[in-house]
Design a protein around this ligand. Sequence first.
Ligand SMILES: [Zn+2]
Length: 318
Amino acid sequence: MFDFFKKATKAQKKVYVTIAVCLVAVCLLIELIGMIPGIPFNGWSTILEACGLKQRYLIPEGELEVHFIDVGNADCILVRQGEHNMLIDSGDIGAYQDIVDYLDRHGIKKFDLVIATHPHADHIGEMADIIKAFPIDRFVMSYMPEGKEPTTNVYLSMLEALDERNVPIDEAVPGATYTLGTAQLQVLAPLSEHSDANAMSVVTRLTFGDRAFLFTGDAEEEVEREILTRGFEVKADVLKAGHHGSKTSSSEPFLRKIAPTYAVITCGEGNSYQHPHEEVLERLEDIGATYYRADLCGDIVFTVKDDGSLTVETQKGD
Ligand SMILES: [Zn+2]
């Protein structure tokens, strides 16, 4: 193999050795630069990713991430488990580019599961375009009772996009379970027909090892009571406070049963509803929950490591 080297002249050998030394030095330099914290360059990993030789942004197989994407006074929640992805709601009208940029930054190319909690624009505002842009294995939604079906553009275009893309749709059935990698999701509501769309919110509880998250959409006190009466397990480490921190949600008996360590309030800066309401913040403080407000924190991301530890990171600090 090294015949060419033996046969080379002295001058050629000098060139070969210089090239070899330079290559080793460049390799070492790439690795060393990759070890510098705080720069978006991860040595050879980054170079292989750029060449398309390595799948980008995968999170470790044994971990779970829950991203409350800051979309103002609206909901958009990304859940990742290993290579599996779920999206709950799609922000308000106009949030598409922000959402897609966020998903792109995390290398999200498809969804195992997408949930539309209820047909209000601050939850399905960009759903039609999300459905067109991403392959979706399964879509879960609740249907409004007969005579109460929405006629809004966002709702009708969502149904149209689902039909166009042949996405399998499940009507949310209480007790139904879904898997997201090694995480499990259980549907808790809607438990009965309501004429109010908020009360038809798909409420779900996600469990991963010993950790649990409760996603409530815009469900209010009446639905919270129904869930407790039905006897579903609601205990959760992290609660998405219902209806953007409105006082009509997060009732005291419900909070006591959930006993969350953390709560997330998806409220937008200077929103006209004055979410979150002071009463809710007081109720959360009373049960000892630490709460994160999207208007103050920006994106809020929870990570469960394979040892079961739970950490939270916010875009703008606490
Ligand atoms: Zn809402």
